[in-house]
Design a binder for this molecule. Sequence first.
Ligand SMILES: [Zn+2]
Ligand SMILES: [Zn+2]
Length: 309
Amino acid sequence: MNLRTTIPAVPMDAALAYAALGIKVFRVRRNKAPYANCPRCDKQSSIYVPHRPEDCRCEVLTCHGFWAATTDPALIRRWWTEEPDANIGAPCQLNGWAVLDIDPRNGGSASLAALEQRVGPLPGTTMQITGGDGLHILYLTPGFDLPGTPFPGIDFKHNGYILLAPSVHASGNRYQWLGTRNEFHKPTTAWPDMLLPRKQRTAIPAPRPRVRRSPFPAMATQGRPGGGKMWTVEDLVQHVMDGREGNRNNTFFFAACRAHELAAQNLISLGEAEAALMHAAAAAGLTNSEARNSFDSAATRPSDRAWAA
Ligand SMILES: [Zn+2]
Ligand SMILES: [Zn+2]
């Protein structure tokens, strides 16, 4: 899985190396101006035949930008013989990738640091330094659309494409794989669960609630290191189960707030706490939508808003 290939410095050789690894590539002009479609694929043309790029049947093989990406060495040789300096594009989704694109000029580094503080370090995977001093972090696609720009300076690239080393950035610098010898290996790490929209996160089975009754005082300064007793997920579940009838919503909201606080400090897993609390809420008689709304609004309390702003 970790076999690495050193990527040649000559664009055509590099494109052939990627193709040999099974990566679909296409050529991109250095100024990113698209190559013209053939008349049947060109919306401005009088003989244009309406069709979706993925359904294209034309035999020109270069129409529709990244939809033309290929692993065919003959086509790759033809493209880069015509234009030896063309950059190498790789469509993300068609290659099974989803990419975090960190742009430091737009605050991406600070956003990444804040993100990792909040959800924990991102799993290690294939990374590329862009010619603009940015960073591409490549994961396997989660298989559905992601929000394009979730944080300042961070794009989730999924439907689009990225340039691959040794492409040249507008700044004149080359893209380069992170490592010592410009080596590349295909990403094998799944898109991190913590970056998924909440409703699409993998549900983690809830721990079985304890039988014992625990007399936790309500609104103490709990859940903070050094600030009294530490809440665990199990404690939060028990708190919800212990909630008095008529006060279930407040009890659940309190537990949900503690869960978000603890998760923000990396003391518990938010996904695990969420799954456990949703189970507990059902057992305590809350409807699923009541619990869902309450859990979500606990996430947007003032202590969390600094991040969203
Ligand atoms: Zn065409
Ligand atoms: Zn077409």
